[in-house]
Write a protein that binds this ligand. Structure first.
Ligand code: URA
Length: 231
């Protein structure tokens, strides 16, 4: 009986047949083609539309349950000046725009004092949703939101940041120093010069401090002009 027929019988009878490696040529095993995918290693470039959509749909903290609108920020996306406030109040929450209430009116005047309009600058806030009853934002709310501010700064690449009030200044500069100690100095955030000024809402409450606002703005303008001259 030839060997092939014998194997067929054995197979039919359900008997496993072991073949020596030498007797049967091994069929080539197909090697799967390996395609290297770097998409998870290289971060996708950021864009305004991506960032705006992320902010609009943000649910990173509980402020998303009480907000009417997120307040992304507004103005010139290629601005030399980026203005950073604290967070939306009632009017901003209702309209989805920054600094549209009384403090916003004063901010417009403060900008005018240094020959800027709201269209010249980009206005953003540390947090993008209104804290209930205008309370100070909590540390974890600031932490969740600060990535958005960082990305806004990266997209704008402003020459100068004007931080309005304690929360904006302390967040950008990652410090607990009081505002009085931070005014009148040039700090940096991501290699961008930062000057600190009183918040317009504070100035509205303490009118005598308005003259100090002028000092802050003059210092900011002086710093900006000097930086431009040094370039
Ligand atoms: N105060 C802020 O800090 N930001 C606003 O947008 C409005 C008031």
């Amino acid at each position: 009986m030839d060997n092939e027929l014998r194997l067929q019988y054995l197979e039919t009878m359900g008997i496993d047949v072991w073949l020596s490696r030498t007797s049967v040529p091994l069929a080539p095993v197909p090697v799967p083609e390996i395609v290297l995918d770097h998409s998870d290693l290289t971060p996708a470039p950021d864009s305004w539309s991506l960032l705006e959509a992320e902010v609009a749909n943000c649910q990173k903290c509980s402020l998303c349950t009480t907000r009417k609108n997120t307040v992304f920020g507004s103005g010139n996306q290629q601005a030399d000046w980026m203005i950073v406030g604290e967070g939306p109040g009632q009017h901003e929450d209702e309209q989805g725009l920054p600094f549209v209430g009384n403090a916003g009116g004063l901010l417009t005047e403060m900008l005018r004092a240094i020959s800027l309009t709201r269209e010249d600058v980009f206005i953003a806030n540390v947090i993008k949703c209104r804290p209930p009853n205008n309370r100070d934002p909590h540390a974890e709310e600031i932490e969740h939101c600060s990535d958005y501010l960082y990305r806004q700064q990266q997209l704008i690449q402003p020459k100068m940041i004007l931080a309005l009030g304690r929360i904006a200044a302390q967040t950008l500069l990652r410090t607990n120093e009081p505002l009085v100690k931070l005014r009148g100095k040039v700090h940096t955030f991501n290699n961008t010069p930062v000057v600190v000024a009183y918040h317009p809402a504070y100035l509205l409450r303490f009118l005598p401090e308005k003259s100090k606002a002028w000092l802050d703005l003059s210092f900011a303008l002086h710093t900006f002009t000097k930086l431009e001259g040094d370039l």
